[in-house]
Design a protein around this ligand. Structure first.
Ligand code: DX5
Ligand code: ZN
Length: 224
């Protein structure tokens, strides 16, 4: 897909399978499944063992996947000190890099830096994080990631307050060209309501990778 064309068309809902739910010994099989099923992006979770207890993927995987796939690579940094590693992921070929609001007091500067490094900029909010300062960075952000779960693993329980938070983000960003992403707990039952609330990029981990019919799962998540 052309990220430029599809990203800008906010009426098109993008689906981003999360490789955290793929078989860790066969990540490339997960990539091929996402490609063949019609996914738009690949969601790559980066955890440092501090911001969240878990550990996961690093920039060398991203560099390798950049060679292996045409899918856009969406990096979700669940790390303390994101400024230290953002350049590594940009250099590895990331298309979108999102870090957590909770992890940086310098989020405006970091969002600008991500764009300067040639990627699209994203900011993620945990379920317990206020959204009200989002308006201060609206003009330097390309993607707002609303966590539907407390981060750190696949298959966690979806938090229903997420619907209202997506609506609030839609109010704050108004008509700006910013994607609203929901990550965590997205499934075939809640996707339609999330889209109705304003989400136009849905991450899917356990739902996608456990689906008996992966292309059908993508279609249902996308709503078309
Ligand atoms: C959660 C991660 C998610 C996770 C989603 O901390 O950021 O990307 O892989 O998995 P599901 O869809 O199973 O909640
Ligand atoms: Zn994620």
């Amino acid at each position: 897909m052309s990220l430029v064309d599809d990203w800008e068309d906010l009426n098109r809902v993008l689906i981003s399978p999360s490789l955290l739910s793929a078989d860790p010994a066969r990540v490339i099989d997960g990539v091929r499944l996402a490609e063949e099923a019609g996914a738009d992006l690949l969601h790559i979770d980066v955890m440092d063992g501090h911001f969240v207890p878990n550990l996961s993927f690093g920039p060398e995987l991203v560099r390798k996947l950049r060679e292996e796939t045409q899918l856009n690579l969406e990096i979700h940094l669940m790390v303390d000190n994101p400024a230290d590693i953002i350049p590594l992921f940009a250099d590895a070929g990331a298309d979108i890099i999102a870090f957590h609001r909770e992890a940086s007091p310098h989020c405006h500067r970091l969002l600008e830096e991500i764009r300067h490094l040639g990627a699209r900029s994203g900011i993620a909010y945990n379920p317990g994080q206020s959204l009200e300062d989002l308006r201060l960075v609206c003009d330097v952000v390309d993607e707002v990631v609303i966590m539907g779960v407390n981060p750190g693993s696949s298959g966690a329980r979806f938090i229903p307050g997420t619907f209202e938070r997506v609506q609030r983000v839609a109010q704050i960003i108004e008509d700006r060209n910013v994607r609203i992403c929901v990550d965590g707990g997205v499934d075939l039952d809640n996707a339609a309501l999330l889209r109705d609330c304003g989400a136009n990029l849905l991450v899917s981990g356990s739902c996608f990778f456990s689906a008996a019919d992966a292309p059908a799962a993508i279609r249902t998540l996308r709503g078309s």
